[in-house]
Write a protein that binds this ligand. Sequence first.
Ligand code: WT7
Length: 635
Amino acid sequence: MSNYHIKNLEEYFQVYNKSVREPETFWEEIAEEHFLWRKKWDKVLSWDFKKPEVKWFENAKLNITENCLDRHLATRKDKTAIIFEPNDPNEKSEHITYGQLHERVCKMANVLAENGIKKGDRVCIYLPMIPELAISVLACARIGAIHSVVFAGFSSTALATRVNDSDCKMVITSDGSYRGKKQIDLKGIVDTALEECPGVETVLTVKRTGAEINMKDGRDKWLAPLLEQASATNIAQEMDAEDPLFILYTSGSTGKPKGMVHSSGGYMVFAAYTFKNIFQYQEDDIYWCTADIGWITGHSYIVYGPLLNGATTLMFEGVPTYPDAGRFWQVVEEHKVNQFYTAPTAIRALAKASVDFVNKYDLSSLKVLGTVGEPINEDAWDWYNINVGDGKCPIADTWWQTETGGIMISPIPFVTPTIPTFATLPFIGIQPALMDAEGNEIKGNGVQGRLCIKFPWPGIARTIWGDHARYRDTYFAAYQDKYFTGDGAKRDPVGYYRITGRVDDVIIVSGHNLGTAPIEDAINEHNDVAESAIVGFPHDIKGNALYGFVILNEERETEDNDQLRKEINQEITAQIGPIAKLDKIQFVPGLPKTRSGKIMRRILRKIAADDAKDLGDISTLLNPEVVQEIMDDAL
Ligand code: WT7
């Protein structure tokens, strides 16, 4: 018998130790007992972090949607799979049973196939948080097409880059979307993007807002009439365990986003197993993760993890503050939510509003709380614990990444004693290591270093789409035979981990992973800009906000500095999206650089944080005099 559901700390240690001592046996038992395979594997694991190459469940055959849907039909046909809660609280929510979801996914799968999509083709999904988003994801998986969901807050330029990088043949979108009071012209954004995307043959469009849109002849089709005619029978495509299931883009240290590729078999096992244990899901529970399916959190813990476990998962279309700061809590009360998973940035924003917005609602259904996306500060943790959890719900501070596919370090609720701001212990099967600057592993407790993982787990991304060399260089080159996360961490005297934040050029703003390079590229597009550097600085709601240091051309067209700031942010919104806008923009005569020409962000970070007392040794800079000038004008 495998330990699918950990019940106490002793069992955690026992299972953890087994998963480290005999990882193949451990994962084989989990895979064998809890999933439906068309054919079992020849070998559980082959790996070589030098190449790098990782293969789990080699030569096994499956389809993940048979595991998410078909196998539940015998026992859970009438159980709710998805609760859809619309943006507008006056619009009725929708309950979709496993039986209905199965039928809708089969129909959608047939529509995709009838529109020329075959196994291995890439399909870009650019939709708001409506049921069709989850259904499109599953329909792609059903026919073996590789889905690439692009968060529907990204701009047309960002969308075009992602569509082209993976040669998507089709885009699935909607006429428009609702976000709080705002209506967004999604189809218009798609139309602009597709001017640059010659490879897209078909656009399937969901009617959501009823906004007036253009339909391009021969390319654009309304989805509803196609679904009406589609057959409700669909035989799932047989996939190899290592066939790609999806691509999901994350930003990196160059302007080009990285298309992380996840596998069919290993990802399935890891998403399902982590979901079951970390949310302590019980058969009749209602589970809600507030993320968007455009991020990995939504892939693993709104769609795949919950459905693989036959859970009821809530999809929320709106925003936390519409119509007011009580919306999350109103939804918890209305649907009697048992597990609630959100981001520290949302908690901080809601903690700013009156606590009456929380106290107005009955939150007694809650059993487990979770957070993800960035380090959570102690105030936010305490507010969440007391006001939302009433001091009775364990908080799972879950550390993981787009690249890891699932949760890597987290307390197991009711099992692992929690400490505010600590992600606590590695999850079963995860072997973290802290490394020093010389590349040696730091052993023992009460230490701090760069966080690596030294053994493969089933959910690890297998490559970067079209650029395996970049995959190697980004994750496997810094430390020999280890996956480097890009984060720093402390291990306290009892072995608990506390993530201290990124150690590379990635800044986490409101839980979104933003690379400095693409934002700087966008700023530099402005005619008056010569060069720029951006850094993060502490912000009480967003965690980090962006501070831009910008060198202007000597002969500038726009003399008005405020106008320039506005235009720079417009440029960023157009290239990336509003999430990457700068809070502060300082015009500077130069940027501190090393002799090899690398911008010393460390110095800029200190100036931005108003903490420039001790800048360390700046004498090795190419232009140390510029530092004082920047400090004098700091915002
Ligand atoms: C980066 C990954 C995983 C889904 C959301 C973000 C930071 C994530 C935590 C946490 C401290 C965290 C890390 C990580 N991060 N969770 N609980 N505590 N930091 O996915 O966009 O790939 O970003 O988010 O810096 O490397 P992502």
